[in-house]
Design a protein around this ligand. Structure first.
Ligand code: T4K
Length: 376
């Protein structure tokens, strides 16, 4: 029997740059005593992100959730919004907390919204589509754009998982009206907590800056009612520094993903997806779909058994939003999302994971499969 991991192997592990480099980056905070409220690192980070993402406009936020909330607000949406149930609850919360009604559309085999089912959900009340590039898998951007133009709808992409992804050589944030990135500690690229909006319409910039700062436009003027969602200088410094490592981190994640593919591909009942050739992936997550009849046990049984080996995978995204207490009563025809939520398991992947760790996870899964099938 393969030995268990000595330390718990969690679904992910935050990347941290060398400690001294971070201290160096924040030393100016001790000189100028400017800790937050659009300080020099905040401004510098915004500019650096524009370059990295080839973006016309970037607005930073203290987290991805409030960034998404602000995106929905600045576009003055009302009525219904078509979205996916297969996501982290933040997506739906942002919609509902803006007074909008989420209308859930089913997903495809790559777990993103099924663009062919969007049109049948459009009503007189629909004002926007909020798709999610879930696990960093790009939605069908072109078809969604066509639908949006035909029905005069806004498109706000929840790109929380998709930092660094490109489609046909174009960074993912360049599509739709606004895209939101999360820079949470668990993400491929992070600022401890943090988030950003990327958009082409520069007229949105002024209001987004107001929205994240209580609506304050000057020492004696408050233009609108809003919250505090500012990114502070420590977060921005972490972001500037982490930009130096992002490409190498994505490269290592690619290697780890390939290792998983190589070692899991011949196990019956474990399905993994590869990206299409025109997509540059960020390898953010490692979702596998477990088919009980072929693998020998259910996703839940595999999840529990792996804990015995000190491996803590995660059931992102189970339960579906529509099956939570908060969203009881929101009915939807979403069989593919229900199928995925019952079978999906995200295996450990992180920027400094080693090939040995990935191979050991695979060997353990092989052992679990073998002993289940053969009863030894
Ligand atoms: N839209 C989508 C589609 C999203 O997935 C998210 C966030 C958002 C919007 C909102 O963006 P933010 O407002 O968060 O910027 C995590 C994250 O907290 C959340 O950011 C993320 N999605 C979601 C998918 O996952 P949990 O509840 O799974 O986190 P937690 O604390 O269980 O951490 C998971 C693993 O990460 C731990 O087992 C170990 C590792 N970890 C975690 C933390 C907090 C670290 O290594 N270091 C850390 O500091 O939600």
């Amino acid at each position: 029997m393969i030995s268990k991991f000595e330390e718990p192997l969690l679904v992910t592990r935050s990347f941290l740059p060398p400690f001294e480099k971070f201290v160096e980056k924040i030393s100016n905070v001790w000189d100028n005593r400017w800790l937050t409220n659009q300080g020099p690192s905040h401004q510098q980070f915004e500019e650096r992100l524009k370059d990295y993402l080839h973006a016309e406009n970037v607005t930073l936020f203290t987290n991805g959730h409030l960034a998404l909330d602000s995106a929905l607000r600045v576009l003055r949406l009302h009525g219904e919004v078509i979205t996916t149930p297969f996501t982290f609850v933040s997506t739906t919360h942002a919609i509902v907390m803006n007074g909008l009604k989420p209308v859930f559309c089913d997903i495809k085999s790559d777990y993103t919204i099924d663009e062919d089912k969007i049109e049948s959900l459009i009503t007189e009340q629909t004002t926007a589509i909020v798709p999610v590039h879930v696990y960093g898998n790009p939605c069908n951007i072109q078809k969604i754009q066509k639908i949006a133009e035909r029905y005069n709808l806004k498109v706000i992409y929840d790109a929380a998982h998709a930092f660094g992804v490109e489609v046909d050589g174009k960074p993912i944030g360049n599509f739709g009206d606004i895209s939101m990135f999360s820079f949470h500690a668990t993400k491929v690229f992070h600022t401890i907590e943090g988030g950003a909006l990327v958009y082409n319409d520069e007229t949105l910039k002024k209001e987004l800056d107001l929205l994240k700062n209580f609506g304050i436009s000057g020492p004696e003027e408050i233009e609108l009612v809003s919250y505090n969602a500012k990114m502070n200088e420590f977060q921005a410094a972490m972001g500037i520094l982490n930009l130096d490592y992002i490409d190498a981190n994505i490269e290592n994640r690619k290697k780890i993903t390939q290792e998983y593919h190589r070692n899991l591909s011949d196990i019956p009942g474990i399905a993994m997806k590869s990206s299409a050739g025109n997509i540059k992936s960020n390898y953010a997550y490692l979702p596998v779909l477990i088919d009980k009849s072929e693998f020998g046990m259910t996703r839940n049984q595999l999840y529990d058994t792996m804990i015995g080996y000190n491996i803590y995978s995660r059931k992102y995204f189970y339960p579906l939003i529509t099956n939570t207490t908060a969203y009881a009563g929101y009915n939807a025809n979403i069989p593919n999302a229900e199928h995925a939520a019952e079978r999906i398991l995200c295996l450990p992947i992180f920027s400094d994971m080693t090939s040995e760790q990935a191979v050991k996870v695979c060997d353990i899964i092989k052992e679990i499969h073998y002993t289940t099938k053969h009863g030894v």
